[in-house]
Structure formats: structure tokens, C-alpha cells
Ligand binder design. Structure first.
Ligand code: CA
Length: 406
């Protein structure tokens, strides 16, 4: 092996995710995470090992690289995998090709033109339906027929590490008919994963469930920050707006669909049967362990939730097929988030709203405090990895601290 990779590393030889990094003396550029290091693709390209225009590696986003298509992006990853394991490869004796992750700053990996947020966990949709609407009929009649989603805001998607400011907004106090304005009192995280589109389509084109994976470059961890009190007052009749668009945080490394191949699993049975354009063949869910930790200012972290991406009722292929069935076009870099990923146990819920059940069951923290929602100074961290035998493919983390409202 050209470079040591710790045994438990998220960034094993099986992973090799792509991201954008910079250091004190390297401008933002494309890299691949390898253990605790980053392979500098712009520097590697100077050795004439690629047969395409490698200016794509000098860009400050990966869109142009992804646009080269899967034939090329898959080959780059496979070549690096091979070269890392060959002591006589082009990577040998060139320490300048690697930088330590601890010396690097990570940036947004792609320019996100459009962002869509789905609502594809049946456990989450059921919990929210119980709390916000009707405990007896929690799921709306359309839910098992449509991968429900809404168009979110791309401008406020930021990379891990960037602090998030508590939003101000309108809320309706309990037992009042008149709204008030001020900082949200019910700031929440949402544990999600997002996929990044890997191909453009024209208006009028559709993507089938069968072809959907050709249009998915890879996945990141996604924290869809939410202000529950603003949401409750504003969401009727058109759905989420200012309760959601102030911030979403993503992990910096895009784990390719190819790296996740060993972790495919079957999804839940869909009953009633879905319409033909949403039918699919094969295993389209992925077994990815997820957890959320909250660190109060200056205190130890408490893990408040453990969930898994495999619980999703609607899979990514169905989401993309549904998104495009009306001819809506998609572009490279578009972000499609899963919706909150909750499991069927009350410590597997992917939001504070559900974990503390609208504030009625506060969550105990290791420092003796408790949480109904997220407080100023809290750092929320989502981690995720897949493991099968010796093969580990991880996402690292998405982490952000909450600052007081302005
Ligand atoms: Ca969401």
C-alpha cells in the first residue's frame, strides 16, 4: 500500500470518495479521501496519467468532473484503487501528492443548482402526522402512492463545519390567534442522506427506475435544519418555506454509488402496489448505519439517535423516476435529500421533534442537561458508515454549531 490506512477508517481502499479541499498553499481543488489523507487530483494529473481534460480537477467544484460521465469517473476511482495498492505505481515516491486531512479545509463539493427534499421514511411521516395532524390517520392518503417531496432552497446548503444561525420568524404562541416574531424556540435537526445527480436531462425527458442509478453520482450525509414552530404556523397550505430554507448542512465527501454496491439490501414491501412507473427490480436500498450526536457548548457529546438508511420506504430510483415523470429536467450537481430517516424504535427517530415527542419527553444529556430541541451553542454531528465483513465505507461526518439568532 502506498499510504497507511487505519483499519477502522471510513475512507478505506473500498471507498475513495471525491471532494473539494484547499490547504495553506493549495487553492481549492479536487481530491480523493484515503485514510487520514487526501490524494490531490490536480497534482496527480500533472503526471499525465489521465486521458481526458484534467482542468476539471482544478475547479473549485466537482460539477465538470461529474459531467464527464460515469465511464470516466468510475475509471478514475478504479485506477486510484489499483495504484494505491501497487508499490511501483505512479503514486510511489511522490509524497507531495498527498496532504493530511487535518491540514486541509473542505469546501462544498458541488455547485448545487436545485435541491429537492423528499419525505420517504414511513416512520417519520407517521410520527409527524400523529403530532401535527391526526393520531388515528397519521399518513395522508397519497403517501403510499407518491414519493412526496418539495422543492427546497439550494443557496443555503453549506458544508460541514460552517456554523448555523438560529432563524427568526413568525410563530403562533399556544392558545393565541395572533402570531409573534422572534427567534425560533424549536430549532431541530433532520437526519437525512442526499444524493447528487450525475447527469443532465432535457425538459420532457423522464428517468426510469431502471436507469435512475446512471443519473446518481453519489451520496452525502445531510442535516436539513428545521424550525418546528415556524413550520407549524406557515406550512398550510403550500408546505415548508422559511422553516426549512435558512440552512442545510452536508458532509464534504461524496461517496460514489459504486462504493456502496456491497451494501445493497431489499427495501420494505410496498403495499398497496405502486403505479407501474414506480415499480422497480432488484435491491435498491442501502444498509448504512447512521447516528446523531449533540455536544452542548464545552461538554461531552451525547448520541441521541441511531438509525439506518435501509429503513427508507421509497428508494432513490423511485424518487428520481417520480421527480422526472412529468418531464422535469435535472442537472449535474442537483441535490435530492431523502427526508428524515427514522426507524421503528423511539431511539431511532431522526429528529428532536420525534425523539422528544414535541417536547413532551425531553432527552437526557450526559452533562446532566436535557433537550427538547437544539439550544444555542450546541454542535450537532451526523455520522454514517456501511460495513460488511472487512469492508468499511464511511461518510465521515457533517457537523455544525448553532449560533444565537441575530
Ligand atoms: Ca427534510
Amino acid at each position: 500500500m502506498i499510504i497507511d490506512i487505519p483499519n477502522n477508517s471510513d475512507f478505506s481502499i473500498h471507498n475513495l470518495p471525491f471532494g473539494i479541499f484547499s490547504t495553506a498553499d493549495r487553492s481549492p481543488r479536487a481530491g480523493v479521501a484515503v485514510g487520514e489523507h487526501i490524494l490531490d487530483l490536480a497534482a496527480l494529473a500533472e503526471h499525465d496519467v489521465f486521458d481526458f481534460n484534467t482542468a476539471v480537477f482544478e475547479k473549485d467544484v466537482l460539477n465538470d468532473f461529474i459531467s464527464l460521465g460515469k465511464d470516466i469517473t468510475k475509471r478514475v476511482r478504479k485506477n486510484i484503487q489499483y495504484w494505491l495498492q501497487d508499490d511501483y505505481s505512479v503514486l510511489a515516491g511522490k509524497p507531495e501528492l498527498f496532504v493530511k486531512q487535518s491540514d486541509a479545509q473542505m469546501h462544498m463539493p458541488v455547485y448545487v443548482g436545485d435541491y429537492t427534499d423528499f419525505y420517504s421514511s414511513i416512520e417519520h411521516a407517521t410520527n409527524v402526522g400523529k403530532m401535527f395532524r391526526d393520531p388515528e390517520n397519521a399518513l395522508l392518503p397519497n403517501w403510499k402512492h407518491i414519493p412526496v417531496g418539495y422543492h427546497g432552497r439550494a443557496s443555503s446548503i453549506v458544508v460541514s463545519g460552517q456554523p448555523i444561525r438560529r432563524p427568526n420568524g413568525q410563530t403562533l404562541p399556544k392558545d393565541s390567534k395572533t402570531p409573534v416574531f422572534g427567534p425560533s424556540q424549536r430549532l431541530d435537526f433532520e437526519l437525512e442522506m442526499g444524493f447528487i445527480c450525475g447527469g443532465n436531462t432535457d425538459m420532457g425527458d423522464t428517468v426510469s427506475t431502471q436507469n435512475a442509478e446512471d443519473h446518481i453520482f453519489g451520496l452525502v450525509l445531510f442535516n436539513d435544519w428545521s424550525a418546528r414552530d415556524i413550520q407549524k404556523w406557515e406550512y398550510v397550505p403550500l408546505g415548508p418555506f422559511l422553516a426549512k430554507n435558512f440552512a442545510s448542512s452536508i458532509s464534504p465527501w461524496i461517496v460514489t454509488l459504486e462504493a456502496l454496491e456491497p451494501f445493497r439490501v431489499a427495501g420494505p414491501t410496498q403495499e398497496p402496489k405502486v403505479l407501474p412507473y414506480l415499480e422497480y427490480e432488484g435491491q435498491k436500498n442501502y444498509d448504512i448505519d447512521l447516528e446523531v450526536g449533540i455536544s452542548p457548548e464545552g461538554a461531552e457529546e451525547t448520541v441521541v439517535c441511531k438509525s439506518n438508511f435501509k429503513y427508507m420506504y421509497w428508494n432513490m430510483a423511485q424518487q428520481l423516476a417520480h421527480h422526472t415523470v412529468n418531464g422535469c429536467n435535472i442537472n449535474v450537481g442537483d441535490m435530492m435529500a431523502s427526508g428524515t430517516i427514522s426507524g421503528n424504535e423511539d431511539d431511532r427517530y431522526g429528529s428532536m421533534l420525534e425523539l422528544a415527542w414535541m417536547g413532551t419527553k425531553p432527552v437526557a444529556m450526559k452533562d446532566g442537561s436535557e433537550r427538547k430541541f437544539i439550544q444555542d451553542g450546541d454542535t450537532v454531528t451526523i455520522r454514517g458508515y456501511a460495513q460488511k465483513g472487512d469492508i468499511r465505507v464511511g461518510f465521515g461526518e457533517v457537523s455544525a454549531k448553532v449560533l444565537p439568532a441575530k
